[in-house]
Write a protein that binds this ligand. Structure first.
Ligand SMILES: Nc1ncnc2c1ncn2[C@@H]1O[C@H](COP(=O)(O)OP(=O)(O)OP(=O)(O)O)[C@@H](O)[C@H]1O
Ligand SMILES: [Mg+2]
Length: 280
């Protein structure tokens, strides 16, 4: 299959999620900082939303550092139905990723316009079928990909992931500045690697404490969850068995189901949609 970006899509295609009438909630999982757990949060939150009975899909927008297929344990490639790509599904979550179109050991070199086109194809040429939630795993930082996505998905809610360290949270917040610049609303902060619970039952704050709360307060949004540091979470990600699927009642599993419940209890503010005012 040709990688997306090689062949231009016909101009008539539209992004269903950009339509004001779309019922899909689009959640951009972002951080100015790398390695804080964006992909882990995206995958496990997606699994928790699916387990709660919601139709859920994930776009892995980390074109160079794709990790979602491995974390979800998806080995089969997407199928084609005519011109359209049918996303594979695991643990109740459908997913598309550059990982399906590039070899693991092959450097993916994309120039800006190709990148933009590839992301557009992920959104237009895939049979998404109106999911309740579309989670987008962003690459670290605030580069071209994030800006393209903000243009493609103007109705997105942004959730910023940070670790508890004050220094990490200052870098993480750049994603919030980027969101504000492109007129997306930041709707929450997730703190990851918050503590490690020892065999003695004590919580050890290996990366300090308070970064998530501080960032949430500064942005004026809720801290929607704190995820503990758990070796099984990393092992699960490496084996394609997300902790939210494998051990939903574990400390981390419960953190993800509580975050899913928060999202359900806090829909985005309603936008007034009056089709008769649509300019065509
Ligand atoms: N709460 C946690 N407990 C244990 N391991 C974790 C936890 N969160 C993330 N990890 C591990 O830390 C590593 C980085 O996590 P992840 O890939 O989710 O971060 P990321 O922010 O998406 O990174 P990148 O910026 O490279 O995309 C992974 O190996 C993951 O399994
Ligand atoms: Mg990642």
């Amino acid at each position: 299959m040709a990688p997306p970006g090689d062949t231009p899509a016909p101009p008539s295609r539209t992004i269903p999620f950009a339509d004001p009438a779309s019922k899909t909630r689009v959640l951009l999982i972002a951080s100015g900082k790398g390695g804080v757990g964006k992909s882990s949060v995206t995958v496990n939150l997606g699994v928790a939303l699916a387990a709660a009975g919601h139709r859920t899909a994930v776009v892995d927008a980390d074109v160079w550092g794709f990790s979602v297929p491995r974390m979800l344990g998806i080995e089969q490639l997407p199928e084609m139905a005519g011109e359209r790509i049918v996303p594979p599904e695991a643990h109740g979550v459908r997913c598309i990723s550059m990982g399906f179109f590039a070899e693991e050991d092959q450097a993916v070199i994309w120039r800006g316009p190709m990148l933009h086109k590839a992301l557009e194809q992920f959104l237009t040429d895939v049979t998404w079928d109106d999911p309740d939630f579309l989670l987008v795993d962003l690459p670290p930082g605030t580069g071209d990909i994030s800006i393209s996505l903000a243009q493609f998905l103007p109705r997105s809610e942004v959730y910023v992931v940070t670790t508890p360290q004050p220094a990490a949270q200052r870098v993480a917040q750049r994603a919030a500045f980027m969101a504000q610049k492109v007129n997306l609303s930041v709707r929450g902060v997730v703190e990851n690697m918050s503590w490690f619970t020892g065999d003695d039952g004590k919580r050890y704050e290996l990366f300090g404490a308070g970064g998530g709360r501080e960032l949430a307060d500064r942005l004026g949004v809720p801290l929607i969850g704190q995820v503990p540091l758990i070796p099984a979470l990393r092992e699960g990600a490496d084996r394609g068995l997300p902790i939210a699927a494998q051990a939903p009642d574990s400390e981390a599993g419960r953190a993800f189901s509580a975050m899913a419940a928060h999202l359900l209890d806090n829909p985005p503010p309603r936008r007034i949609h009056r089709p008769e005012l649509k300019i065509s």
